[in-house]
Structure formats: structure tokens, C-alpha cells
Design a protein around this ligand. Structure first.
Ligand code: URC
Length: 302
């Protein structure tokens, strides 16, 4: 029996950087939380305390800042690809790099009916995410979103489910359906190297396709809604190899007004925060290029 060092990676998590483009009086803001992880043979550091192959996490943080000055940060996917390539191509012992990015939204403040040049208001809660991997198996980009809260107030049912002696849930033909969606979609291999992906357009397009499915499908379950959201996104974007969805079912319970002699026809709800059903589904193209290290995560944030 031997005890051996297993998979490992290291880097700087959550470098929260704000880039202001101020080349003209009309400024632009990009607000990013960047995590970098380096992959390679770090056994000497773990087993012997030898740091000679270790580029400090502090250096990785500095590099993320400098890259934000010297390279475009919008779209975040190109910033991440460039930063990952720098670590892999320019830092000798590094064989793979993972860059994970959260992008927080800002819009211009409106003052006297006009968009202001240098005052911004945080939007949300939706956070755009990206996870870029460059390594021995090539390049992967996982584009995505989290905390995307969406609700429909009708055209959602949940009935005819399996019942056992512990089941108390009443079937419903008409309920509120709401979730705080996490969605991630992978682009790998040829689709990436052929270049030219308009990342911002893809992000807005996938979001629009998924919202349209959520809205227009008369849902029999969140599971069915998720499948159709993912299927429609893959149909619309051939570059996407696969898409993963994680959706907490944000339950809205009709408040019982019967003792008050007041009717409640799906008008007043108790919005419960926990527990919640958690429904997850992957939608995959059956000829998708292999995922390799694409889903090997680092910070747990994206
Ligand atoms: O859309 C739903 N899917 C479920 O699996 C489930 N289970 C449950 O209690 N409510 C719901 N709703």
C-alpha cells in the first residue's frame, strides 16, 4: 500500500477587478471576479516543499490585473482564453490553465432622462459566467449564467405523479413556476479554433431561446421545461456541444384563506426559500467533441 498525491491544482481565487475604459468622456465599466488555476506537475511542492516550479498565486493575481489593462475584458471569454494561453504558453512548467470568471452587470444611470457618462447602477441578480480551460486536450469554453431568476404565473402544472404512503402533495393544474437558473454550455475543439464566435451575441441568444421556451411551453413539470430549454438552445447554436442546467424549484404556496372567508385563486402566495426541489439535467449532442478537462472546476463559483 502506498499513499500518493492525487489530482491537484492551485491559483488565485476571486480576484475582483473592475476595468474602466476612460478613453473618452463616456466611460465603460466591466466588473469581473476572476479565478485562475494552474495545472502541471506540482509534486515537488507538495512532497518536498520545493517551490521552484511554483508561480505564486500572487503573481497570477497581478497578471489578471495587467491583462485587464493590456487586453480587452469584453467579451470575458476572449479575455479568459488569452490569460489561459499566457500561463500555458509562457510559463514553462504550466501544462494547463483554468480561468473562471463571474461578470456582474452594470447599466448606465439615467439622469434627467439621459444615460449618464460615468455613473452606473448594478443590475442583477443574474451573473454571467465563463470557465476557460487550455491544456493538453485543447481549448474549451463554458459560457453560462447563474442566479437567473425567472417566474411564470400560470401555464405550469404538476399532477399524475407517483404516490406512496408518504405523499401529501396535492396535484395542481395551475401553479406558479419559478427558479433561479444555473446554465452552462460548452464549446470545444473545432468550433473554437475556427474562431469568430461572437460571445456576447451567443450569450444573449441562448438566454433568449431559453426564456422563450420557459414562457411558451405549457409545462407539465420543471423537468420538461428544462429539457425543452436545453434542446432549443442546442438546436439554435450548432457550436454548443452540451448544456447543463440546474434549477431550484422556488416553491410558491397558495396561502390558505378559507378560515377568513376570503377567496385565494392563485393570487397570494407564500414564497418559500427552503427546502426546494433541485432539478438538474444535461442536454447533450450525441456527436459532441469530448469534454476532456472542460468540467474540471476550480473555484466552485462558475
Ligand atoms: O416540476 C416539478 N418536478 C418535480 O419533480 C416535483 N416534485 C414536487 O414535489 N414538485 C415538483 N415539481
Amino acid at each position: 500500500m502506498a499513499i500518493v498525491l492525487g489530482p491537484n491544482q492551485y491559483g488565485k481565487a476571486e480576484t475582483h477587478l473592475v476595468r474602466i475604459v476612460r478613453d473618452s468622456p463616456r466611460h465603460e465599466i466591466t466588473d469581473l471576479n476572476v479565478s485562475s488555476a494552474l495545472r502541471g506537475d506540482w509534486s515537488a511542492a507538495h512532497l518536498e516543499g520545493d517551490q521552484s516550479a511554483i508561480l505564486p498565486t500572487d503573481t497570477q493575481k497581478n497578471t489578471a490585473y495587467v491583462w485587464a489593462k493590456t487586453h480587452p475584458v469584453d467579451p470575458i471569454e476572449d479575455y479568459g482564453l488569452s490569460l489561459a494561453h499566457h500561463f500555458v504558453d509562457d510559463v514553462e512548467p504550466v501544462v494547463g490553465a483554468r480561468i473562471e470568471i463571474e461578470r456582474f452587470g452594470w447599466i448606465r444611470a439615467t439622469v434627467d432622462g439621459s444615460e449618464h457618462d460615468h455613473t452606473f447602477v448594478r443590475t442583477g441578480p443574474e451573473i454571467r459566467t465563463a470557465a476557460i480551460t487550455v491544456g493538453p486536450d485543447g481549448e474549451h469554453v463554458i459560457q453560462g449564467m447563474k442566479d437567473f431568476v425567472i417566474l411564470k404565473s400560470t401555464e405550469s402544472a404538476f399532477k399524475d405523479f407517483l404516490v406512496d404512503e408518504y405523499t401529501t402533495l396535492a396535484p395542481t393544474e395551475d401553479r406558479v413556476m419559478a427558479t433561479s437558473l444555473v446554465a452552462k454550455w460548452r464549446i470545444s475543439g473545432d468550433s473554437l479554433s475556427e474562431g469568430g464566435i461572437d460571445w456576447n451575441a451567443m450569450y444573449e441568444g441562448v438566454k433568449a431561446v431559453m426564456v422563450a421556451q420557459f414562457a411558451t411551453l405549457h409545462s407539465l413539470a420543471l423537468q420538461q421545461t428544462l429539457w425543452n430549454m436545453g434542446r432549443a438552445a442546442l438546436e439554435a447554436y450548432p457550436e454548443i456541444a452540451e448544456l447543463k442546467l440546474s434549477a431550484p424549484n422556488k416553491h410558491h404556496f397558495v396561502v390558505d384563506f378559507s378560515r377568513f372567508g376570503v377567496e385565494n385563486q392563485n393570487e397570494v402566495f407564500h414564497a418559500d426559500d427552503r427546502p426546494y426541489g433541485l432539478i438538474q439535467a444535461d442536454v447533450v449532442r450525441d456527436d459532441a467533441p469530448p469534454a476532456g478537462d472542460a468540467w474540471r472546476s476550480y473555484s466552485g463559483l462558475v
